[in-house]
Design a protein around this ligand. Structure first.
Ligand SMILES: C[S@@+](CC[C@H](N)C(=O)[O-])C[C@H]1O[C@@H](n2cnc3c(N)ncnc32)[C@H](O)[C@@H]1O
Length: 240
């Protein structure tokens, strides 16, 4: 015998009571509720187990990606107590500052201390600099490296390098231009690093935060420099 198909319509619509007879609102309400409960039970039992497994796998993957992403962005700050989080300098401001320098000198070695998404390295390589980005945060370094590999021209790639490293370990002795978007507590140690490693004539681009300069005996370990550009929060200091 063929199985009988069940009629999914609510009971009150299948009522055997004569049409036209007015039924109490309560009856309709409770029949409707019972029908909705029935429907919900059917839906739950009809969910194919493999579909449920697929959904939980996708949910797990999304959750995992978020956890790894957040952990990846935070990890260097947790482990190294670096006080310099990722914030981007607009590419147009970097380009304008570098174009200003290119009017005066041929592009040489450009170093971005904390290269983030790699935008400064891209702008510098495009203008003819040999550009090196130093980035401690693995996620930022990986993202900028993928960006470089996929979207930069062969020439821009050949003139650029992105290193996964600590900026305080990179020697600036060969740099002609150094970029930094630091934060207040880091500006003094950065100024000391520049003072002890950079040759005279090196240009230091600093976005937003000013670098402290040497002006007396007490500050003689800081960089000796003159400001040669100050526009839209971008400063360029030339080392003496
Ligand atoms: C404010 S962002 C600047 C990014 C990029 N230079 C720009 O201007 O758009 C600072 C970057 O420095 C990185 N950073 C922080 N401490 C660092 C360290 N000790 N060595 C290398 N990179 C570091 C951060 O992960 C972040 O990507």
């Amino acid at each position: 015998m063929a199985p009988q198909e069940s009629d999914p319509s609510p009971n009150f619509l299948k009522s055997s009571e004569p049409t036209g007879k007015l039924r109490k609102e309560d009856d309709i309400d409770s029949s409707l509720n019972a029908w909705l409960e029935d429907l919900e039970k059917q839906n739950t039992s009809q969910q194919h187990p493999s579909k449920l497994a697929d959904r939980s796998r996708i949910g797990g993957a999304i959750f995992g990606t978020i956890v790894i992403g957040v952990f990846g962005l935070k990890a260097p700050f947790v482990f190294t107590k670096s006080r310099l989080p990722y914030m981007a300098t607009p590419g147009t401001k970097i380009r304008k500052a570098l174009q200003h320098l290119c009017k005066e000198k041929k592009p040489g070695l450009f170093v971005d201390l904390g290269s983030g998404d790699g935008e400064a390295i891209y702008q510098a390589a495009k203008l003819g600099y040999n550009a090196v980005g130093i980035e401690l945060n693995f996620t930022m370094w990986a993202m900028s490296s993928i960006r470089r590999r996929l979207f930069w021209s062969k020439e821009e790639r050949s003139r650029s390098k992105l290193l996964w490293s600590d900026l305080f370990e990179y020697d600036l002795k060969d740099a002609n231009a150094v970029m930094i978007f630091g934060v207040t507590p880091l500006m003094k140690p950065l100024s000391q690093k520049i003072s002890s490693q950079c040759k005279s004539g090196t240009d230091i681009l600093s976005y937003r935060f000013a670098l402290p300069l040497a002006h007396d005996k007490k500050t003689q370990d800081l960089m000796k420099a003159a400001m040669v550009y100050d526009h839209e929060e971008m400063r360029i200091y030339r080392c003496k």
